[in-house]
Structure formats: C-alpha cells, structure tokens
Design a protein around this ligand. Sequence first.
Ligand SMILES: [Zn+2]
Length: 388
Amino acid sequence: MPTDIHAFIAGRFEQFISDLETLVNIDSASDNLAGIEAVARVLMPRLEAIGFSTRLERLGERGVPCLLAFNSAEDEASDIMLLGHMDTVFPTGEAARRPFAVEGGRATGPGVCDMQGGLLVALHVLEALHHEGVLDPLRIRVCFNGDEEVGSASSRKWIETHARSSRRVFVFEPCRPGHRFVLQRKGGGGYRIVARGRAAHAGVEPEKGANTAVEIAHQVVAVQRFNEYAEAGISAHVTVLHSGEKTNIIPDNAQASVDVRVARKSQVEIAEAFFRSLPDSTHVPGVTLSVSGGVGRPPMEADEKTRQLWSLIEDQAVKMGLTISSVSTGGCSDGNFSSALGIPTIDGMGPVGANAHRRDEYVELSSIVPQIQLIASVCQSLARPASL
Ligand SMILES: [Zn+2]
C-alpha cells in the first residue's frame, strides 16, 4: 500500500541528509575524474544491496566515469531510465571551503541541488521500492554520467543508447521552486562568425585595408535583427566579440560568437540556414566571412506521450494532496537527448532547489520527502500491466 511506502520514506529523512552531506562534500568538478568516481563508489554498493548489477564505465578519450546499473538483464528493455549527472560546476577545493550545511530549512553546498540531491532522490526511491517488495516488477536502468556540465560530449551516445532501450526517462535535475517539473527545454548551440580582411596602417593608408571590425559590426546587427523576424522560440545572441591587435592598424581578422536557442526541432534548420547564409552578404569590400558551429543539443519537446506520462504524475500528486505544475526553460539538460529520440522524458525529478551553478545554490528540505514519495508512487503505478 502506498501509505506504507510513504511512511518508510518519511522515516529515512535523516539518512537522506547524511547521504547528501557525504556526496556534497566530495569535490566532483567535471575535470576531477577521481572525484566523480568517488561519487559513483558511494552509490554503487547501495544499488548492489537492493539487487542491481552495477558497472563503472570510462567513456571517451578522457575516460569520464559513468555509472550504469540494472535490476534486470541488460539487453531487456527498461520500464524507466533514471538519468542524472555526477559532475558539478564547482572547482576542486570548493567542498572544503564551503562544505555541506543545513540552515533555515535549506541545505547548501556545492552541487547540493545540481544534482547530488537528485541522485539521492533516485537512490532513495529505489531503496523504498525494494524495502516494500515492489521493485521486482519494474525494470529499471540507472545512468549517471560525469560530464553533463561540460556538454556530455563523452557520454551522449551512451545516454542515447540506453534511452533507446527504455520506455520512459526521468531526469533528476532540480525541481523548480513551487514544485514545478520541467517538461520542455530549449535546444541550444552556438555559431562562430569569422571575418578575414586586409591589414593597413589606420593613419597612413587606411584605404588599402579591408576592415573586419566594420564587417563584424554589420553581422552583429544582422544577428540581432534575426530575433525580430524569426518565429517565436528561436533566439540568437552575440556574446563574445574580438577584433584586431593594435589600435593604429585596420584589423584583418575579427570574430563573433553567438548563443542560439530553439524551442522546436524544426527550428534547428531555420537557424542553420540563416547562419550558413551570412557569408553570402558581406558589407565591406575585400572581407570574407566563414561560419562554423551548429545547434548541438536538440530541444526537449513535450509530445503527446510525454503529456500522458505527466498526467499520470499529476494524478499521483493529487492523491497525495501535493500541488505540482510544470515549466519550460531555456536551459539544456541530458533530457534533451532522450526527448529528441521520441522517448517520453520528464525532468525536474530532484528535490526542489534553485540557484544552480551559484554559491547560493540550495535545496528546500521540506521538498525531499514528498518528492521521493511522489516518484516512488509513480514508479509503482507504472509497474501495473495496464500502465502506459
Ligand atoms: Zn544539472
């Protein structure tokens, strides 16, 4: 009965806080592979104790530690994939400078909500299901990577492979204040516009130069105007600019970096077409343009199957008397990859928290137990044969 499992979860709040202290106080910056592995080494025996086979994979040239765990045969399709990342944005030494702390109803420390707290919600859900004897009917696949904060270059294929073998994906990024889950995320990427021209002395013979700074200025305006006429959901913003070396020389090189976001898959092509067309319309004679980059992360869209899964979660929340809602955000997560494959993906499964990537990042302590209870109930409902 759900009430039993809920009581068990409520009774383990102190255990959760102690686990959170352990993980937050391990430095696990994306470049600290030993630290990321140390996080995995805390989680692995706990998963093994409840019947999971675990494996620490080392992916890509850097050998990024990624944790894989199954409670059924590896080649069997999973009912649910639990997706998270073990790396944080904070440099090594941050945990000693700013260790885990609890004050005023909040937990703080590096990565507390993004996403050590989320990893533990996933673990505690599984431990509760196991304790109540309801884990076995569910085939669960746990995938925790170690390079999400640097774009998941080494783990993207690994995530996509496991997502393809899963019927649905829960992502344990933080739940937003007000208990808001994430159903839609923009896709993102970037372009670099490089101008090549001709240098000349700016005072003696400027007419012999081809000024790339002027050309890039025109392109900056063109990119900004693209926001005005492109359909809603696409944005393109020039962020980093560079041109020239010396103040008295017409610059023969200049470049602009552009951050691009798209809300729908179809908009990837619109952005691509716009940026690829820029070299065809230069303004300064003698200057040529080249464009590189692209929209690497596809958008996470809430399709029909995702909406069905969401209404199932809402039903469970109503039964618990919990008010939840959903948001869309401009930020990307690894949920963008699974969603783009057409697999129903719900993000924001971690505890409620905010200010990710900042020193004032926090988790709301009061959200921890209800979040684990809710997700455990959702998992139980998915185990029934009549589920989605
Ligand atoms: Zn995150």
